[in-house]
Design a protein around this ligand. Structure first.
Ligand SMILES: Nc1ncnc2c1ncn2[C@@H]1O[C@H](COP(=O)(O)OP(=O)(O)OP(=O)(O)O)[C@@H](O)[C@H]1O
Ligand SMILES: [Mg+2]
Length: 341
């Protein structure tokens, strides 16, 4: 495949492709081959090469993949113009011709980003000796990033540990705008109720409660940020815990209509959060544990009508990340004073 044969080539813009990364991808990375790159100033970058070979015989599919790539490029450019500080934006994008492949098959589309140290998945979730303060900072930075996107009417829709990148000095940014939906409806995914990794979607969607409204996308983004707060401590997304717990009450619950399942979901949600709070208490002390648990209680409330800051009756305010950005900043300050490392 041409996208796998880029080592040693140099892009027209002067990035030399130095090394292919062979680490297996997570649940989402089926279309991309990843490389490290370097320019003549010695700067390094991370290159994502789109792999369209599988769709070469299917023109409709090929067009779809190219459109998705072009849309991602446009959105990334837009975020760059808007100077969104907590979103990973590209250093370069374009096409590269790979020798020894026949014309049409020899063109690979790529994106180059600043190189991160790793992701929240490989730097925290999959690590035994966890550093808690950086993980709490990551949550704050993600909340800021999502607020920045929402402010320009973009919903991320794929927030998960592998899409949070870690840079030096405990600096984190939200990456992977490959599944975003914009309020204007230009996204190739705007007809999909949920374009991201389904493991992380909000819990009512597992019961068929879904629609295409932009406010619902914001609600789902908020849920995924809350789930991240859960996962940095428990290693698994909140859906996994709540669904496991609810099956203990009723093994057939997932066949029930959502309104019928909701009381069971609420009971399980409370059980799971009580356990989480106890664990956080040991790790961070009572004050931080309580604040963090309350944030998740609001962000991941199983009833979408009760999600967010419920004292605001209008949905836009209720589902705004603003208050959580402030609360997470305060939480980090008090955790740090309490000696959390
Ligand atoms: N700019 C970067 N610098 C360094 N590593 C990166 C960068 N971007 C992504 N990665 C690494 O590559 C992994 C997957 O990247 P990417 O987001 O492109 O794939 P994906 O399609 O979302 O798959 P996944 O389900 O693993 O997130 C990330 O988890 C991270 O470890
Ligand atoms: Mg990703």
């Amino acid at each position: 495949m041409p996208s796998q044969a880029l080592e040693g080539l140099t892009t027209e813009s002067g990035w030399k492709i130095t090394q292919r990364l062979d680490k297996p991808l997570g649940t989402g990375g089926n279309f991309c081959v990843r490389y490290f790159v370097e320019n003549e100033n010695g700067e390094t970058g991370f290159l994502k090469a789109m792999n369209f070979t599988d769709s070469m015989d299917d023109l409709v599919q090929l067009q779809k993949n190219v459109n998705e790539y072009l849309f991602e490029c446009n959105i990334l450019e837009h975020c760059k113009t808007k100077k969104l500080s907590r979103i990973v934006t590209p250093l370069d994008a374009g096409e590269i011709i790979v020798p020894n492949f026949p014309p049409k098959l020899n063109k690979v589309y790529y994106l180059i980003f600043e190189k991160a140290e790793g992701s929240l998945r490989d730097q925290h979730i999959e690590v035994q000796n966890k550093k808690w303060l950086p993980a709490l900072k990551a949550l704050h930075h993600v909340a800021v990033g999502i607020e920045q996107l929402h402010n320009i009417d973009i919903a991320h829709q794929d927030i998960k540990p592998s899409n949070v990148l870690a840079f030096i000095n405990d600096d984190f940014k939200v990456a992977d705008l490959g599944r975003v939906v914009d309020k204007n409806g230009t996204s190739p995914f705007c007809k999909l109720p949920f374009p991201g990794d389904h493991t992380y979607k909000s819990i009512e969607m597992f019961f068929g409660i879904q629609d295409l409204q932009f406010i619902t996308r914001r609600s789902c983004d908020m849920y995924m940020v809350g789930s991240l707060a859960y996962q940095i401590v428990e290693d698994i997304p909140i859906n996994a815990s709540v669904l496991n717990e609810v099956r203990l009450i009723d093994s057939t619950v997932q066949r029930r209509p959502f309104q019928e399942a909701l009381p069971f979901l609420l009971t399980s949600f409370n059980t799971v959060l009580n356990r989480y709070e106890d664990k956080c208490c040991t790790l961070f002390g009572e004050k931080t544990a309580n604040s963090l648990t309350n944030i998740i209680r609001e962000m991941c409330h199983p009833d979408p009508a009760q999600r967010g800051v419920v004292r605001f009756s209008d949905e836009v305010n209720r589902l705004s990340m603003r208050r959580y950005v402030t609360r997470l900043a305060n939480l980090i300050r008090s955790a740090s004073i309490a000696g959390v490392k």
